[in-house]
Design a protein around this ligand. Structure first.
Ligand SMILES: *Cc1c(COP(=O)(O)O)cnc(C)c1O
Length: 350
């Protein structure tokens, strides 16, 4: 037997959503990807970085991703010292655990939300605690003061799609003794966000990703906004060349083209709200969503049955066997045409 650490031997490992090889013939609504291409400025910036012969790739990228930080800082109205760029927001979630939770120390998150926090904590050897949800989407049994090292709040919630009000984030920041990480992977699709609260609460970190709202899941780009002391600690931990040259070119161009970004986000929000109504016409119960996905349950509350029937029609959605989620499906919002085809299939499936 190889001499692995016990926690690595015993952990299951995270299982991401299925990526079919022949992506073309599927309607792919299972990983919350954006149905629209990224801004044309992204392609141009990558080609410019690549040049005629790719010679620039001989040299390491800017270790600090300064151009990206500056662009993000300008967009979010903070000083660049308050921003760190990441190779996907998953990287910065990982480094937050490494920075704040030692072996045997506790982190917590909401169940159901993004279970990757647990995987990252297991690798670190930290303990994991979860808090469930009441039927009003309040945290069940959350203590007056939570003494763990980190609390991750996915807002809007994934996979359910509802969002906690800003007053609740403020209240939580006061009740969490350690760091409160608000994972805003879907905040660009929401009515509100907590970004400016980093100025008010020392223990608040907000993470974002370009995977969903900027159509760049394939480039692996994320970021975090927090006080400079937190950013400086995360800078010590990350791979020193965590963003490659093409990713750095892409992130600056993507953040700069806010007009294109807003149009795509608006279109997805409109499709989401229309699709939600159409699902309810089919007697599905649908949780009002602030993300680019809907969590919806068929009348017989058998998510697996509908998942399988959609799969046979080459429509991929996300089914979770977790008992808290097995009654429904998470359906990413694609183009209007993709959602019409999905509705046709659901009508046929019954
Ligand atoms: C997609 C997602 C992430 C990961 O984003 P990447 O930038 O692609 O690593 C993090 N948190 C939540 C809740 C997500 O849905």
């Amino acid at each position: 037997m190889i001499p692995l650490r016990d926690n690595i031997r015993n952990m299951a490992g995270y299982v991401p959503g299925f990526q079919p090889d022949d992506g073309q013939d599927w309607i792919k609504l299972n990983t919350n990807e954006n149905p629209y291409p990224p801004s044309p400025a992204v392609r141009e910036a990558i080609l410019r970085e690549l040049g005629e012969d790719g010679a620039r790739l001989r040299q390491y990228p800017d270790a600090a991703s300064r151009a990206g930080r500056q662009e993000a800082a300008r967009l979010y109205g903070v000083d660049p010292a308050w921003v760190i760029m990441a190779n996907g927001s998953d990287e910065v979630l990982n480094n937050l655990i490494r920075a704040f939770a030692g072996e045997g120390e506790e982190i917590a998150y909401v169940h159901p939300s993004y279970s990757y926090y647990a995987t990252l904590a297991e690798i670190q050897g930290a303990r994991v605690c979860t808090f469930g949800l009441t039927d009003k989407w309040e945290l069940d049994g959350f203590p007056e003061r939570y003494e763990g090292k980190l609390f991750f709040l996915t807002n809007p919630n994934a996979p359910l799609g509802f969002a906690y009000p800003r007053e609740f984030i403020e209240e939580l920041a006061g009740r969490v003794a350690g760091m409160l990480v608000v994972d805003e992977a879907y905040a660009d699709f929401a009515d509100d966000n907590a970004l400016d609260l980093v100025h008010k609460y020392e223990n608040l970190v907000v993470t974002r990703t370009l995977s969903k709202s900027y159509s760049l899941a394939g480039m692996r780009l994320g970021l975090a906004v927090a006080r400079p002391e937190v950013i400086a600690a995360l800078d010590k931990i990350r791979d020193h060349y965590n963003l490659d040259r093409l990713a750095q070119a892409a992130v600056t161009a993507a953040l700069r083209d806010q007009e294109y970004f807003s149009r795509c986000v608006q279109r997805i929000r409109e499709t989401r709200d229309w699709f939600s109504v159409e699902l309810q016409v089919l007697d599905y119960s649908v949780i009002p969503s602030q993300g680019n996905y809907l969590f919806a349950s068929p009348p017989d509350r058998d998510g697996k049955r509908v998942y399988d029937a959609l799969y046979q029609r080459r429509i991929l959605v996300r089914y979770f066997s977790d008992p808290a989620l097995a009654h429904g499906l998470r359906i990413s919002i694609g183009t209007r045409e993709e959602m019409m085809a999905t509705l046709d299939a659901l009508r046929e499936i019954g």
